[in-house]
Design a protein around this ligand. Structure first.
Ligand code: ADP
Ligand code: MG
Length: 363
């Protein structure tokens, strides 16, 4: 559901603010350092519990403040029903979430009612970064599309932890018992990911072609163990080494989505701009599949649209977002550059200056 009202307090340089975004497109412009990214970061933080810029959430809290507060009211424009999501974060790390006044116990619950996709200047890191980044990317999709996944993932994490603890304590006689549970849980995670990728891969190909027909990349799923082997055989083969290391080397916790051009990692072959296009296609594909299964698209946060995408690619990206009919928050330094890339029928414009944000009248 789109955000109808957003309140932010105590985030970086932003003065306490309340805005009423458009249910479709929101253009946000302002000088460097004015607070555009901080606004998008607030929405991403509310959804995922993470920032796309800092590893430590306390860096987002306004200097000298002890907390930040985020609140949003979500609802379809033509419906009366709304949901109110509130989150409070203290500098000491404590967090509180409430949905319509009731306390939520996990970030996953928050994420499922406020699904958000971020496209920002550092998103190319999805290609060059660690396998974990790409595993998390894949699992965002599986989590949002397959309701049973999160529970199976929790079970898997528990079994993995127990198996690792048996390995550390070298209790070899217990290993067989844990291995059965480990394999069962692994297989479930693997099947969820496979099913998601079956839809994802062809969609990704058409989306990437819509952004840039000349880029050809292949997606290869690595389940976390050698493809042609049974996990059972691998666990047996690796048991001695697992015992030495004190942890499990193979399994779904090592899965990866490998992104290649011919046989080489895409990160080693593509230019920075091409990498951004590929990552944008990956993120748009997740939104398309999400919409297909849930009816609504996620909210897109597109920070610094101009950064390293030329006007042709900007136009193509905006066209896919237009077709998705989702809520978008999109930033740029120049207002005109935004308007040149996109002339949606419905939008609002916000200007950010020294941490203050104001809606512009369109007359
Ligand atoms: N914790 C903080 N408290 C106060 N100000 C901060 C904090 N972190 C960053 N800033 C300042 O907030 C501003 C954030 O700007 P940013 O959102 O990146 O702007 P833009 O995206 O418009 O260029 C910068 O001027 C930065 O120095
Ligand atoms: Mg910025």
């Amino acid at each position: 559901m789109p955000i109808r009202r957003l309140s932010v307090r105590g985030v970086r340089n932003l003065a306490p603010l309340t805005i009423q975004p458009h249910s479709r497109v929101n253009f946000i412009y302002g000088d460097n350092g004015s607070g555009k990214s901080s606004l998008l970061e607030s929405i991403a933080l509310l959804s995922s519990g993470k920032s796309f810029r800092s590893n430590q959430i306390k860096q987002l809290i306004l200097h000298d403040a002890d907390r930040l507060e985020l609140e949003c009211e979500m609802g379809e424009p033509d419906e009366e029903k709304t949901q109110n999501l509130y989150s409070l974060r203290l500098r000491n790390g404590d967090v509180l979430f409430r949905l319509d006044g009731s306390v939520l116990t996990s970030q996953a619950q928050v994420a499922s009612c406020l699904p958000v996709q971020v496209i920002e200047p550092n998103t190319f890191r999805l290609l060059v970064g660690s396998p974990e980044d790409r595993r998390q990317f894949l699992d965002w999709g599986v989590f949002h599309v397959e309701p049973g996944f999160i529970e199976e993932w929790r079970i898997f994490r528990k079994v993995l932890k127990q198996r690792n603890s048996v390995l550390k304590q070298k209790e070899t006689s217990w290993l067989d018992v844990w291995d059965d549970g480990f394999m069962e849980a692994s297989e479930k995670i693997h099947q969820y990911r496979l099913a998601y990728l079956k839809d994802f891969v062809p969609r990704f190909e058409t989306t990437l072609a819509a952004l840039d027909e000349s880029i050809k990349v292949g997606l290869h799923y690595y389940p976390g163990w050698e493809k042609d082997s049974q996990l059972k055989d691998i666990l047996a083969r690796q048991q001695e080494r697992d015992l030495q290391l004190g942890y499990t080397q193979s399994g779904p916790h090592r899965a990866e989505l490998r992104i290649r051009v011919n046989k080489l990692p895409a990160a080693d072959v593509l230019s920075r701009g091409q990498q951004k296009t590929v990552v944008a296609a990956l993120k748009l594909t997740q939104g398309i599949l999400y919409k297909q299964s849930c009816g609504n698209a996620p909210i897109y946060l597109v920070d610094d649209l101009a950064s390293e995408l030329d006007s042709r690619h900007r136009l193509a990206l905006c066209q896919v977002l237009e077709d998705l009919k989702c809520q978008v928050f999109i930033t740029s330094i120049e207002k005109q550059q935004l308007m040149d890339s996109w002339t949606p029928s419905d939008f609002k414009v916000f200007h950010v200056e020294h941490g203050k944000i104001e809606e512009e009248s369109l007359s």
